[in-house]
Design a protein around this ligand. Structure first.
Ligand SMILES: NC(=O)c1ccc[n+]([C@@H]2O[C@H](COP(=O)([O-])OP(=O)(O)OC[C@H]3O[C@@H](n4cnc5c(N)ncnc54)[C@H](OP(=O)(O)O)[C@@H]3O)[C@@H](O)[C@H]2O)c1
Length: 322
């Protein structure tokens, strides 16, 4: 089969189309003919050699989410059949013609969605659901702050939180990105390049924060959390080592947590899939959540797609299609 392979670590042009062995289906895996694959920031880190694939996952082929048609099923598959159209969460290998993945990481494509739209869903929805709603226990009526509101993760967090009755404020790097977040439902935005989010939010406070920055954001985040507030980390691009005033955590009874999705085991992802099918899929079907596609590229232009992702001028997902 054809696959987009990281031929050596480095800039986008290390991504090249190559012949690659076809995966073998076993157990409860389905074999998907891939029609579209979503790009994520971590694909760039993997390409640069800064984000190794978990054990047992191809380090050479990036791609954490795909959509396509099931063309073969393993002997233990119960919920899907050949011909079904699905999207799937992967731990890698999505920039390929075919993938084999456990049925517990697959969801049916919601009616009316294109393959490109469906491929844009898994990575951000699984991440946001498990961090904002499970770990962060965001409830209707509470206020959520999303750092990087314009990111793939951010636009998913805004839409899900609003659809489920919370208010949402985001940080963004430009006014235009802020306006895009408002159009997606955010109640307000703070331009982190010209404003200090701590000053802007200290008086009112927030209940839950989804943070990918870390570093000096930690103490600012702690200062604006309301009593019983929850701070959830999904990355720390501003630094892992931080200063924490433990007294503030104690007196306000705060919870600080975080997680990484890719390395979690199959049992966890299977359970998460079934909760997402119950809680999130109806929101997509009822048009309370919409996929946002910025641009699609043929698989053969994966390097160009990565270059666009790295410019960080997009709102919405960049998708490879065939
Ligand atoms: N832990 C997990 O399981 C998990 C899973 C998926 C993703 N992630 C992480 O989530 C993040 C978003 O992923 P993505 O693929 O959606 O990325 P993306 O679309 O490439 O967006 C990255 C975002 O980071 C924002 N940002 C950078 N510095 C910032 C700062 N100082 N303050 C506020 N925002 C800042 C950028 O904001 P502007 O463009 O407005 O400047 C941009 O929106 C990445 O860091 C990724 O590694 C973690």
């Amino acid at each position: 089969m054809k696959a987009i392979v990281i031929t050596s670590y480095g800039r986008a042009d290390v991504l090249q189309e190559r012949d690659y062995p076809i995966p073998v289906v076993s157990g409860d895996q389905v074999f998907i003919e891939v029609r579209a694959a979503g790009l994520n920031r971590s694909d760039v880190a993997q390409r640069e050699g800064k984000y190794p694939a978990p054990a047992g996952v191809s380090a050479e082929i990036p791609g954490l989410e795909v959509s396509g048609i099931i063309v073969e099923v393993g002997p233990d598959v119960k919920d899907f059949k050949i011909g079904d159209q699905v999207c799937a969460l992967l731990a890698g290998g999505g920039y390929s013609e075919f993938v084999a993945v456990g049925e517990g990481q697959c969801l049916p494509i919601p009616e009316g969605l294109t393959f490109a739209e469906a491929a844009s869903l898994p990575e951000t929805i699984y991440t946001v659901w498990s961090n904002v709603f499970q770990r962060g226990s965001l409830k209707p009526g509470e206020k959520l702050l999303v750092h990087g509101g314009n990111s793939g993760i951010g636009i998913t967090a805004i839409q899900l939180a609003k659809a489920l009755g919370s208010s949402v404020v985001v940080t963004v790097g430009t006014e235009e990105k802020g306006q895009n977040c408002i159009e997606l439902g955010a109640d307000g935005y703070i331009n982190y390049k010209t404003q200090n989010f701590e000053d802007e939010l200290q008086q009112e406070g927030v209940d839950v924060i989804l943070d990918m920055v870390g570093g000096d954001y930690l103490s600012k985040n702690v200062n604006i959390l309301r009593p019983e507030g929850r701070l959830i980390h999904i990355n720390a691009v501003g630094g892992n080592n931080v200063n924490l005033d433990i007294w503030k955590v104690m007196t306000n009874r705060l919870t600080i947590s975080g997680s990484t999705l890719r390395s979690r085991d199959y049992a966890f992802k299977k359970k998460l899939t079934s909760e997402i099918k119950k809680q999130v899929w109806p929101l997509i079907e009822n048009k309370k959540f919409r996929p946002v596609i910025f641009k699609t590229f043929p698989f053969s232009e994966a390097a160009e797609a990565h270059r666009l992702l790295e410019k960080s001028t997009h709102t919405g997902k960049i998708i490879l299609v065939r």
